[in-house]
Design a binder for this molecule. Structure first.
Ligand code: PMP
Length: 404
């Protein structure tokens, strides 16, 4: 894709300027993405002239808002290749994983059962499983990584047994950018009768998704990493699995009929959406998906891969920089500058209007595996371009001068 087409979209993002109106080199899109004006406008209308509740009103505006909310669900389903009744709106990926752990997990796991995770998982794909393991007596195995930081599926094949009921893996690592061979992971999981959950937080903004082709059983992502708002995300689950899952939270909107003698529950997805939902955010997510697809995930992915390759080559040529992760990653690169704590690097870069992430990235087991307390991480978005790479490299050169 011509670089210029994607560079032009930068002006769609009011957040890509500093307070002084200077270009901001935002390299923390893996933490959260900036929002295009189209999303901001759609949400402002939903909070303003279009605002009303969903699912209850007898008046026209509520019926319109209900249609908008359900249209957002259909848009998510189309975006990932699923059916609308298989899409549950959650507060984000974290809540989606907790929902699966505490409904499907509690109903289906027992003492002696096993769950397979990997070394590179985000804490949100570790801790909910530890909590459900504690409740049910199930045990957790950890799939190791290859030397270059990909989930080692050959090792997974060795570890998996009929005792494994669930495999839960990141589709794209938020620290290393490694892309999972999801279809192979699905084949391995299904080969022993386990279900596969994919944490798609970093994949949804970067890869064309098709849950049918991936052959997973659960897929989760957060809207705020997909150029949409915070406080909404989605859980997709195969309908036969979702149908059999007990409710998550109780309250309004998730019931069929309530009496003090016996309450019955609504079918999915309503069964899992207790209370007034994130109406405005659903409208914002819909607008975000429209925006992303108008550019095209293939182009976004190719662009981010090229930028990572450019940065990797420049950093790789420096003898005081350590690079982590495989050579071709999806828009994310972790590194260390010898003798400089990533936090210090981040602080100096901030003075140059370059924003990176420094820390453990909610992946402490991975940091332990890498033997470092923290890394510096640059992550690209659809608005990133060569000027961001150059500004980062200049900032690293200045940091090196400061540290002598
Ligand atoms: N998984 C991965 C791979 C992530 O990058 C993140 C966010 N950093 C999460 C899960 C959690 O997402 P959220 O905080 O939006 O629930």
């Amino acid at each position: 894709a011509p670089a210029s087409i994607l560079t032009d979209v930068r002006t769609d993002f009011p957040g890509m300027l500093t307070g002084e109106g200077q270009p901001w080199h935002y390299l923390d899109t893996a933490a959260t993405s900036q929002k295009p004006q189209a999303v901001i406008d759609a949400m402002a209308r939903a909070l303003g002239e279009d605002y009303a509740t969903v699912h209850r009103g007898v008046y026209a505006r509520s019926a319109d808002m209900t249609r908008a909310y359900e249209a957002a669900r259909r848009r998510v389903a189309d975006f990932i290749g699923g059916h609308e009744e298989e899409v549950v709106f959650t507060r984000g990926a974290t809540e989606a994983i907790n929902l699966v752990a505490s409904t499907w997990g509690v109903a289906n796991l027992k003492a002696g059962d096993r769950i397979l995770l990997s070394t590179l998982e985000h804490h949100s794909n570790i801790v909910p499983w530890q909590m459900v393991a504690e409740r049910t007596g199930a045990e957790i195995d950890v799939c190791p990584l290859t030397h270059d930081g990909q989930i080692d599926l050959d090792a997974a094949a060795e570890i998996l047994t009929e005792k494994h009921k669930l495999v839960a893996l990141a589709h794209v690592s938020n620290v290393l950018g490694s892309v999972l061979d999801a279809k192979r992971a699905a084949d391995l999981a299904h080969g022993v009768g386990a279900k596969l959950l994919l944490d798609g937080c970093q994949a949804a903004p970067r890869l064309t998704l098709d849950v049918a082709a991936l052959d997973c059983d659960f897929y989760v992502f957060s809207a705020h990493k997909l150029y949409g708002p915070t406080a909404i995300g989605a859980l997709w689950a195969r309908s036969e699995i979702l149908d059999g899952m007990p409710p998550y939270q109780g309250g309004g909107a998730m019931i069929d009929r309530v009496s003090f003698e016996k309450t019955t529950y609504a079918p999915p997805p309503q069964r899992f959406e207790a209370g007034t939902p994130a109406i405005t955010e659903a409208v914002g997510l819909h607008a975000a998906i429209d925006y992303v697809e108008s550019i095209g995930l293939d182009r976004i992915h190719a662009r981010e891969m090229a930028l990572v390759a450019q940065l990797r080559e420049a950093l790789g040529a420096m003898n005081d920089v350590t690079l982590y992760g495989p050579a071709d990653t999806a828009g994310i690169l972790s590194f260390m500058l010898d003798g400089v704590h990533p936090h210090d690097l981040g602080t100096i870069l901030d003075e140059e209007n370059v924003a990176i992430r420094a820390g453990h990235h909610c992946a402490q087991p991975l940091m332990e595996h890498l033997g470092v307390p923290a890394t510096a991480r640059a992550s690209f978005g659809l608005y990133s371009d060569e000027s961001d790479v150059e500004a980062l490299l200049e900032g690293i050169a200045r940091t090196r001068r400061i540290f002598g």
